[in-house]
Design a protein around this ligand. Structure first.
Ligand code: URA
Length: 298
């Protein structure tokens, strides 16, 4: 607590920020990233102007007439933050059915990679060094789909070649899989839900994922895996078309329609999450054992 000019006890900036974060968490806000950037300076100026013209507010002035605890921020104003209008890049206006047609028109993984390399509608391409499409053996019984290329992947143009890739390789080795093997039963085909590195390694936005999804699905159709491992929330939610969190989803088999058929999907934890939370490795281990058991039963 600190005192204002009139001697009133108010929470310090640090405590106020912590309380605000806690309040957001209670409200179910678990993402700090939106599809459209919010200009906080414009927002603060608006709030300051509104505050200057509003009558002095008392603790009883909550929207519902109740008193707010002083350490909790007031409920947000009814108007949502005004998004900063963004000029859509010309290429981003490509209609989704055109993107789907383009993906479907590719008859091999090589053609898909060439088409993606020439595809300009995903804004991530503008900031990435190069396309990062796939690694491992096309036709392998297992395909892994991660979240997005990171810095190492962006430099090398191959998915999962950095720190999380090394952990992924160890995880695969635990179930006798090796992306360098030429045997489809022992190898793995590896890709991501978006094909270019998001700037600063941020999470890909919904629109970026939606833009890449037809290509991901076509890659699955052409690579013909028996099992897809969706590593992390972003690929699992996109492939399974659900907002459910990965901790609830992981470990349970799902099926997705791909082309004229279906593929079994095992959602699991992302290797980079496991690097940060090694105690969660036991859950990933269970998921891998389920994959192994299914492969043996096929
Ligand atoms: N994380 C991913 O999800 N994919 C990569 O290719 C690398 C790190």
């Amino acid at each position: 607590m600190v005192e204002d000019a009139e001697g009133t006890q108010i929470p310090s900036a640090r405590a106020a920020v912590a309380a605000a974060l806690q309040w957001y968490a209670h409200m179910g806000v678990d993402e700090a990233i939106g599809d459209v950037a919010v200009d906080g300076f414009v927002r603060s100026a608006e709030l300051a102007a509104r505050r200057a013209s509003a009558p002095a507010r008392t603790v009883a002035d909550q929207h519902d007439g109740t008193r707010a605890p002083l350490n909790r921020p007031a409920a947000p104003a009814s108007q949502p933050p005004r998004p900063v209008p963004r000029q859509p890049a010309a290429a981003s206006s490509m209609a989704m059915d055109e993107v789907e047609q383009l993906a479907k028109s590719c008859n091999s993984l090589d053609e898909l990679a060439r088409t993606l390399d020439a595809f300009d509608a995903c804004p991530l391409k503008r900031t990435a060094t190069q396309l990062c499409f796939a690694d491992g053996l096309p036709g392998a019984h297992v395909m892994i789909i991660g979240e997005a290329p990171g810095r190492d992947e962006d430099e090398q143009g191959r998915p999962f070649v950095g720190k999380s890739g090394r952990l992924l390789d160890k995880m695969l080795a635990c179930i006798d899989l090796d992306r360098t093997s030429d045997d489809p039963a022992k190898s793995a085909f590896i890709s991501n839900i978006v094909f270019w590195r998001p700037p600063g390694n941020r999470k890909p936005s919904t629109s970026e994922v939606v833009m890449c999804l037809p290509f991901v699905k076509r890659a699955i159709e052409l690579a013909k895996p028996r099992i897809v491992i969706a590593a992390g929330a972003t690929p699992a939610q996109a492939l399974l078309d659900t907002p459910t969190g990965i901790t609830r989803m992981r470990g349970t088999w799902k099926t997705i329609a791909i082309g004229n058929g279906e593929v079994d999907v095992m959602p699991t934890l992302h290797p980079s999450y496991l690097l940060r939370s090694p105690e969660a490795k036991r859950f990933a281990w269970r998921d891998l054992l389920a994959v192994k058991a299914k492969l043996l039963a096929m």
